[in-house]
Design a protein around this ligand. Structure first.
Ligand code: ADP
Ligand code: MG
Length: 444
């Protein structure tokens, strides 16, 4: 395993920003391995988050290729595990035995409809995806799935691909990220292979392009995609797009492309409610063979309330620690393992930090939030800030009112209702709130 790790680092060096490589990747230390899990220590908590966010996929991909079998990498901050762990050599033997070949498809195997939990937050997007999978090209073209980070967009669109293939194996599916589309385009341009590039994309029956918000400002890529889109659309081939922004919200997107994104159906995914979060955890535990008692599922679902990816990450972590320590998963154990994540979540978001962020975002002063001013320019950011305080801190309505210039608790309740309603009705406004929420989370 250590040798594979070293080899993988050499490959990763070529694929990762030199600065990030030096600061983070080079300093990762594999500390333990079991079955197909590799536990890796990162130099800091920041490194855990950054590497998970940006590089975990590529690390797993390279390492899996080097070892010839799929491996999952779990990152942890320094000193997280004191217990004695499994020596790396046993793990290497185990994973060699478990070696099996990858499916030669760009679709992600585990992202199927069967593994997708339906709840009020994603019901519509799920139904639209099913309809498209059953009759690609007939309805809803393009299907544009919109939703915040980690809410299941990539999962759903992969599920479409799998289902189309299940119904007729000879259908040509192409799934790729907008980033890859751009990279392939650049390569084709450089090698003077544009005919080949165009041919490849225009031959498919279903084209799934993930994260089209990344096309922002990429003029040449947008132009090429515009032609690809037209060619597919005219021949009734299905186009599926995802984005974390509403078409109108994607900056520097050519009007004609934006316009086409709005031709078909736009379906959104919202953060899951409590019941859906519990159901997702249970499904995931079942798939991963993790023995997850109901009270622990409830504990996790109530501690992590925004992002499914985080929710799953916490379960994976828990499962790995339990298996490494050979112990049962209890609420106490969960609390212990997830302490660092949860503590950080609690401590970084305060009424003050929200006020500061909202003020920076709307270009007003914190004193304005506490003032008596009721102009729209001030009143709206104030309501937004109150809403975020209620959602992301444990502060009560009266406390929040107090910190906004001694306002009555009923004012705060009213503000949260107004904002809540507007989020439902106004997609642009919703996108703004989601952007603020992301800023809030990444500020930690
Ligand atoms: P996005 O592309 O929107 O950022 P992903 O599709 O990558 O999010 O989802 C993040 C993780 O959460 C994935 O592992 C995915 O399987 C899981 N997930 C999200 N929504 C659901 C759901 N409704 N049921 C099961 N798993 C889900
Ligand atoms: Mg995604």
């Amino acid at each position: 395993m250590r040798r594979a790790w070293k080899q993988s680092l050499d490959i990763l060096r070529e694929r990762i920003e030199p600065e990030d490589y030096d600061n983070f990747i080079r300093r990762l230390q594999p500390v333990a391995a079991r079955d197909r899990n590799l536990l890796v220590e990162a130099p800091s908590r920041l490194a855990v988050d950054l590497v998970t966010e940006r590089y975990l996929n590529v690390i797993e991909e390279v390492l899996s290729q080097t070892l010839g079998s799929p491996v999952r990498v779990l990152l942890q901050p320094p000193g997280a595990v004191q217990q004695e762990l499994f020596p790396l050599s046993t793990a290497a033997a185990a994973s060699a035995a478990a070696a099996r070949t990858h499916r030669p498809s760009s679709l992600i195997p585990k992202y199927t409809f069967a593994n997708f939990v339906i709840g009020a937050s994603n019901q519509f997007a799920h139904a639209a995806s099913k309809a498209v999978a059953n009759q690609p090209g007939d309805h809803y073209n393009p299907l544009f799935i919109y939703g915040g980070v980690g809410l299941g967009k990539t999962h759903l669109v992969n599920a479409i691909g799998h289902q189309v293939l299940e119904r007729s194996a000879e259908r040509r599916i192409m799934y790729l990220s907008s980033e890859s589309f751009m990279n392939e385009l650049i390569t084709a341009l450089r090698r003077d292979r544009m005919d080949e590039f165009r041919g490849r994309f225009r031959r498919v029956d279903v084209l799934i392009l993930d994260d089209v918000q990344c096309l922002a400002g990429r003029e040449r890529t947008q132009e090429e995609f515009f032609h690809t889109f037209n060619s597919l659309y005219e021949s009734h081939r299905q186009i599926v797009l995802t984005s974390d922004k509403f078409p109108k919200e994607i900056p520097n997107l050519e009007e004609r492309l934006r316009n086409r994104f709005e031709w078909g159906l736009i379906a959104d995914i919202q953060p899951p409610d409590m019941e859906t979060r519990v159901a997702i955890l249970q499904k995931k535990a079942e798939v991963e063979h993790i023995d997850l008692p109901h009270d622990v599922a409830l504990f996790l679902a109530s501690s992590i309330d925004s992002n499914v990816r985080e929710l799953e990450g916490s379960l994976t972590r828990l499962g790995a620690f339990a298996s490494l320590n050979k112990c049962e998963i209890t609420v106490d154990f969960a609390q212990q393992v997830l302490q660092s994540i949860l503590r950080e979540k609690d401590s970084t978001v305060t009424i003050e930090s929200i006020q500061k962020m909202v003020c920076e975002f709307f270009h007003i002063r914190p004193a304005d939030l506490r003032s008596k001013k009721r102009t729209r320019m001030i009143a709206q950011p104030r309501q937004v800030a109150m809403y975020l305080c209620r959602r992301y801190t444990h502060a009560s309505f009266p406390t929040i009112g107090d910190r906004f210039g001694g306002r009555d608790h009923s004012t705060v309740i009213h503000a949260t209702q107004v904002v809540g309603e507007r989020i439902k009705q106004d997609a642009t406004f919703r996108a703004t709130i989601e952007r603020l929420e992301r800023m809030l989370k990444s500020s930690g």
